[in-house]
Every structure is written in C-alpha cells, then in structure tokens.
Design a protein around this ligand. Sequence first.
Ligand code: 2AM
Ligand code: CA
Length: 253
Amino acid sequence: MDRLDFAIKLLRKVGYFLLQNWGKVDRVFTKSDFKDLVTDIDKESQRIIVESIKRNFPDEHIIAEEGIYEKGDRIWLVDPIDGTVNFVHGLPSFSISLAYVEKGKIVLGVVHVPVTEETFYAINGEGAYMNGERISVSGRKNLKECVGSTGNYPGFTGRLILSLDNRVRRIRILGSAAASAAYVGAGKFDFFVAKRISPWDVAASMLIVRESGGKVTDFEGNDANIDSRSFLFSNSLIHDEILNIVKTISEES
Ligand code: 2AM
Ligand code: CA
C-alpha cells in the first residue's frame, strides 16, 4: 500500500472523528503537570491510528504520545491530537501529526488540521504539498514584514515576545506546534519557535518545512533531527536573525 495515500486517508478519517467531539469533552485528565492534558478522545484517536498502522504495516514500529514507545529501524511517530487544550476548549487550532522515520531519517510527514480541512504532507526529496497543491515558504526577508509564531514555554515565551515585539509585524500563538510549523512550510508564517517539545509534535512538520524550501534548526543552529527538543522553523531567509534573538533569550535564563 502506498504510504502517503494511507497516511492522508487515515488522518482525514480521524479528523472527522475529532470534529464530532471537538469542544464536547467532559472528562479531562492532566499528565506531567496542570498544563499538560489528555482526554479519552486523544486515546481513541491514537487507538484508531495505531490499529491501522499495525494492520497495514505489521513489521513496523510506533512511537505515540499517549504511551507507546517501540524500538526499531522503521518507526511511525504519532501525535493523535496536537493542541489538546484547544480541542477541549472548542478552539480551532488542533491537528493530527504522523511521520514515518527510517533509521532516524524522516521519510514522510503528514499534518492534518480537521477544522480547516488542510492536509499538509511531504515525502523526502519530493516536495511539500497542501491538499494536492505544491507549497513553499515565504520570500520575506525583512523582519518588519514577518508574521511569526511560538509555543508556550513558561519563563521563555514572554521574554521572546517582548524581544520580537518591535521587530516583527505580528506574533501569534496558535497552540498546535505541528500546525504552526506546517504553516511555515505553506508560507503563512515566516517562522515558528518551539522550546522543549517532543518528536511526535514536529517530526512531520520538519520534513514539510524542509521540502518547501525552509530551514529547521535547534537553538544552537544545528540542523534539527528527531532527537532535538527545541526548534526554529523558518523560511530560511530570516533564520539567522531570529536565531540570534532566540539565543540571546536562552542565554539570559
Ligand atoms: P500537545 O497538545 O500534543 O500536548 C501547546 O503549546 C503546544 O505545545 C502543543 O503543540 C502541545 O502539544 C505542545 N506541547 C508539547 N509538550 C507539552 C507540554 N508538556 N505541555 C503542554 N504542551 C506541550
Ligand atoms: Ca498530543
């Protein structure tokens, strides 16, 4: 079975399931702390995805946010809901992220945003697409014209926004790292900064951004990989300028 076709159809199917439950979840549980949520819908979404992978690719392995950590050379990285807080609160920015990784190399990535019916995807060496149309990063070089995004990391995000405030046109916080990074690939955002996040959040988007002509590094400026934890996604043209700001903020803490 064609992996890309499989992954897109699967995420769209799970997207419909999520929309039926969006903003209607009554039981919410915390994980590592009060900011980190999970619901029965995250678990059910993950169960559907995992079952489908196991049925179609029985020899391959899975790492998934809600408690699956298998080892192997051929791994599917699953985030069943990226942006659970938005999902619970009935806000539209949440996504499903699925990446396929061979020996540490991201081969395929799909990010689906159910509310807007945007499916972003990329195959290594074959470009990046949204709903069948080729996408590419923006051509903005001047920070004053740039609209960028970040996650929420206590003690970091506030200072980052203070520092960017007078230099860029706008900063937006959407609440889904996978979608925010994919939006860099589509040229909607010019950059996205994420501190301390997990491989399932951004593995698919990393490939989407690179295949659309963008750049993805860690906060030291090294090319990011699935073991990285902090990321700068950009259109590549403004990468160094934003990286310098991020570095300054990181050093202050
Ligand atoms: P999640 O919804 O899959 O947990 C929210 O700011 C963004 O950061 C979301 O993409 C969220 O993913 C991600 N994130 C990663 N680790 C997190 C954590 N420990 N607490 C809250 N959000 C986290
Ligand atoms: Ca999640």
